[in-house]
Design a protein around this ligand. Sequence first.
Ligand SMILES: *[C@@H]1O[C@H](CO)[C@@H](O)[C@H](O)[C@H]1NC(C)=O
Ligand SMILES: *[C@@H]1O[C@H](CO)[C@@H](O)[C@H](O)[C@H]1NC(C)=O
Ligand SMILES: *[C@@H]1O[C@H](CO)[C@@H](O)[C@H](O)[C@H]1NC(C)=O
Ligand SMILES: *[C@@H]1O[C@H](CO)[C@@H](O)[C@H](O)[C@H]1NC(C)=O
Ligand SMILES: *[C@@H]1O[C@H](CO)[C@@H](O)[C@H](O)[C@H]1NC(C)=O
Ligand SMILES: *[C@@H]1O[C@H](CO)[C@@H](O)[C@H](O)[C@H]1NC(C)=O
Length: 613
Amino acid sequence: MERSVVQFTLFGLLLSLASTLPNKPSQFFKNVPPVFAQDDWDIYSFHINSTVTSRYATTVITSRVANRVDESKEIEFHVRIPKNAFISKFRMFIDGQVYDGVVKAKEQAQQQYTEAVSRGESAGLVSSVGRTLEEFKTSVTVAAHKKVTFELTYEELMKRTHGKYELQIHARPMQPVRDFKVIVDVHIQEEAGISFIDVKGGLSTKALANAITKTHIDKEAWVYFYPTVDQQKMCDSCSDQGMNGDLVIVYDVNRDNGLGHIKKSDGYFVHHFAPSDLPRVPKNVVFVIDQSGSMRGRKILQTRTALIHILNDLAEDDHFGLITFNATDINEAVLQGARMLNDHSREGSASILILLTDGDPTSGVTNLENIQSNVRQAIAGKFPLYCLGFGFDVDFKFLEKMSLQNNGVARRIYDDSDADLQLKGFYKEVATPLLTDVTMIYVGGTNLTQTNFSQYYNGSEIVVAGEITDNNIETSTPQVVAISSNRRILFSNPNETVESTQTVSDDRIQRVWAYLTVKQLLDKELQLSGPEKEKVKKEALELSLKYSFVTPLTSMVVTKPPGENTDVFHKPKEGETPQRRHLCSPHFSVILGTHGPIAGSPLFLPWTTIDSY
Ligand SMILES: *[C@@H]1O[C@H](CO)[C@@H](O)[C@H](O)[C@H]1NC(C)=O
Ligand SMILES: *[C@@H]1O[C@H](CO)[C@@H](O)[C@H](O)[C@H]1NC(C)=O
Ligand SMILES: *[C@@H]1O[C@H](CO)[C@@H](O)[C@H](O)[C@H]1NC(C)=O
Ligand SMILES: *[C@@H]1O[C@H](CO)[C@@H](O)[C@H](O)[C@H]1NC(C)=O
Ligand SMILES: *[C@@H]1O[C@H](CO)[C@@H](O)[C@H](O)[C@H]1NC(C)=O
Ligand SMILES: *[C@@H]1O[C@H](CO)[C@@H](O)[C@H](O)[C@H]1NC(C)=O
């Protein structure tokens, strides 16, 4: 009997190939003799404990494994975590010893890694899998009849989209587990309470649905998931190798339509602002669509399907523009879009520019920095630019930088059968602007995260965190100034009760602040260059180290028992595709993490026309 988990431990190359064939590794390895038999080792407990407070989730995955044979065995720990999360802790307990992961600056860890490689050792891996997850794997040698406990902690701030938060928990122990538990403890300390909570995902299907218990009492909710060994083989994606899938906890909190919720603790605060009882602001939306050769076929059909849906969804007072470009003169096409919005600006409306492309600029202005500077000048902060990169032939970093420079974000559209749904889903996020020019004001607050937002959309949320200087935020409650169509409005409530957590040692709000600050500094770093970039990078690095976050600037070094490899974990970069990974040495690509997207596809034809309607 073969088990894929076993074969993953063979060596790096096989490991990378196997990860590109997640469903059929055993077929691929048919000629490889199994290293372990079924009874060699046994996961006797696999436990996921997730606690959410103030939309900040801390998840601990604990796997306890026993070596059942008379000789030493290499035992693997292999889990998936959300891309948005930062790993903050990893430890192994072996025979009374604790091996703790230490977060270090990437360069420093890199040196340690290089030394390990020169000794012929391999290193630990974190790699991107699918759209939302990253894979963490490591292994350790365990003596005959001894046990090992792996414990991984990661943290993430839930992002509200389409009026809900989604906590994704991936459970794949790789073999049925006797005492399997997933405990999801959604604990929200909000005066307003939890408005609804649902459990979705592959692990909530078929017989597994019976393993879920959900309790919801006003401000608190619990989800327990205790499948039996038999149930573990019976979900949509489960097999004899046990469960493999997601549990997605979907919830939202009650809204007061005013200033929202402010929570403070230990000198830090976090403010969640998400009013929904406001009239929609009429919008002017211009789509700039790449219809070059590489978009031909399914991609353009899906784009058309999505656009038809979007057009049908427009309100009477919305304005819509469509610019298509054949070949990839992104510069001219985006400038044309900006011109269209500038020429037709309307008082009391919200303008939005959306670029969809599947390739790099290959004609007209092709210097990326020149394009960014031209676009920035043309937009001049007047409206956001959202860039959708279709597939993996785009320079996503370029799109990301250009979006961030213009108050927008970049999003990857995966070249898959549901691409039209992804496009519609993205559009829906920005379809209903409720406020423009939002300014969040905190008298007595310092080290604030972003406080100015060009637009606020229904179903989303603005989150600001900061430090409290005079420890007296009660007496100076926040204010929000914004524009709703033609009206300037002020959100302010002198009676707003600021929730205060009771426990003295609760650093959760501080960690929310640190998480948001690091994410925003990393975005800022992307936009800057020279000494400014270095300064922001240094700041982000210091915070990552202080809060023990594995970010793109840090790595986690795990020292194992004597005689074994030192593992170094890096956060993979967006755009590291499995296809690309197996083209080169897997360790090299993950550890260095420097692989940019594949440059200009030869399929692109020279720019010929720009059609505007
Ligand atoms: C889950 O984690 C929370 C927070 O650390 C802790 O209070 C709780 O006891 C844990 N639950 C279990 C079952 O370990
Ligand atoms: C905003 O969303 C809420 C809840 O989903 C809905 O009730 C409300 O009608 C929406 N507002 C507008 C202007 O569409
Ligand atoms: C794009 O350009 C190519 C080559 O010049 C041409 O064959 C094709 O018809 C053009 N497509 C559109 C939609 O204009
Ligand atoms: C917070 O702000 C103070 C000054 O108000 C500054 O000295 C300190 O370095 C800041 N801390 C961080 C982590 O930015
Ligand atoms: C935020 O917006 C306000 C008012 O529009 C402006 O005075 C302030 O300079 C802006 N702050 C930042 C950091 O952009
Ligand atoms: C604040 O409280 C006072 C007295 O309790 C009340 O009269 C007033 O309407 C409240 N204001 C708001 C904005 O809720």
